[in-house]
Design a protein around this ligand. Structure first.
Ligand SMILES: Cc1cc2nc3c(=O)[nH]c(=O)nc-3n(C[C@H](O)[C@H](O)[C@H](O)COP(=O)(O)O)c2cc1C
Length: 273
């Protein structure tokens, strides 16, 4: 069976689909997964709505051949964006294991139209949607260009993302080797414009602190903070990896108060118990 590392490294955003509907069996499996409730460590419910593209007149300028979308909705509460990232990514990974491709879409869509069709209510936000379908054999030219534009086949090196005790000390080569698979599983997470805004400080071998390194232009009323969604995605990969190893990971919000660089914000910690 494929490990989480295999799945994460194999997954990519899919923007060119084969034009077929998802089979009734696969759709039933997805619906079952969604209806069971896709939880996150923040206890904030994320609601998923499947929307037939044709019936609802939905499309995205970067997606070709899709027949189905999923929209995610969440109440506008503190940590909604982080929780959204965590739950939506669980669906993304689940879909990939079934041979179903996705692309996180927070920008390249007619947002008002999607929000209306998803039945968005006051007090809620719909930060992202995704197409769901079987990948086409060949990527569209636009898809290939988009991937090149954001360097989608690359990620930053571990020493830019992982730190030892404080932001002054990148994780040593020896330490990187000790947790090499955990690092890979986090490094290959998807993020808006492939910015990889997560930063992780290892306090001890059982306590890790997650931070957001902010860039300009990722926050709006409609989406919340897209880079907090990215941190939620990284957190999801991190916790899923530990669980796969038979460990229990508790996510807590308890700022250790260590010195942080400008533009960096504490998000959450993971305690391995
Ligand atoms: C929160 C979020 C929002 C995104 N919004 C868009 C989008 O609006 N349009 C798009 O084509 N891709 C979008 N992406 C996909 C990223 O560009 C993609 O994940 C990244 O380039 C890495 O490529 P990969 O997913 O193939 O590994 C988004 C990703 C995330 C996590």
């Amino acid at each position: 069976m494929a490990t989480l590392k295999d799945i994460v490294k194999d997954r990519r955003s899919v923007r060119t689909f084969d034009g077929n509907q998802i089979s009734p069996e696969d759709r039933a499996k997805l619906e079952e997964y969604i209806n069971a409730g896709i939880s996150n460590p923040f206890g904030i419910p994320v609601e998923f709505v499947l929307l037939d593209a044709e019936a609802h007149g939905l499309s995205s300028q970067v997606i070709v051949g899709e027949k189905l979308y999923v929209a995610g909705k969440v109440a506008k509460v503190p940590y909604a964006d982080v929780a959204f990232g965590y739950s939506f990514e669980r669906l993304v990974l689940r879909a990939w294991t079934m041979g179903i491709g996705t692309t996180w879409i927070g920008g390249t869509m007619k947002r008002e139209h999607f929000e209306k069709e998803a039945g968005l209510k006051d007090g809620e936000m719909m930060p992202c949607v995704s197409p769901l379908g079987y990948p086409a054999k060949k990527k569209s030219i636009r898809e290939a260009m988009m991937r090149k534009g954001v360097g989608a086949d690359n990620r930053m090196p571990a020493e830019k993302l992982f730190f030892d005790g404080s932001f002054d000390t990148p994780l040593s080569g020896k330490m990187q080797q000790e947790i090499a698979d955990l690092i890979e599983v986090v490094r290959w997470a998807p993020s808006a414009v492939n910015k990889q805004p997560w930063r992780i400080v290892r306090a001890t071998d059982s306590l890790y602190h997650f931070y957001e390194k902010k860039d300009r232009g990722y926050v709006s009323e409609a989406t919340g903070d897209l880079q907090k969604i990215d941190v939620g995605i990284a957190l999801c990969h991190f916790v899923m990896y530990l669980e796969e190893q038979g460990k229990k990971a508790e996510v807590l919000v308890s700022d250790p108060g260590i010195h942080i660089p400008d533009g960096v914000e504490y998000i959450a910690s993971v305690q391995v118990v």
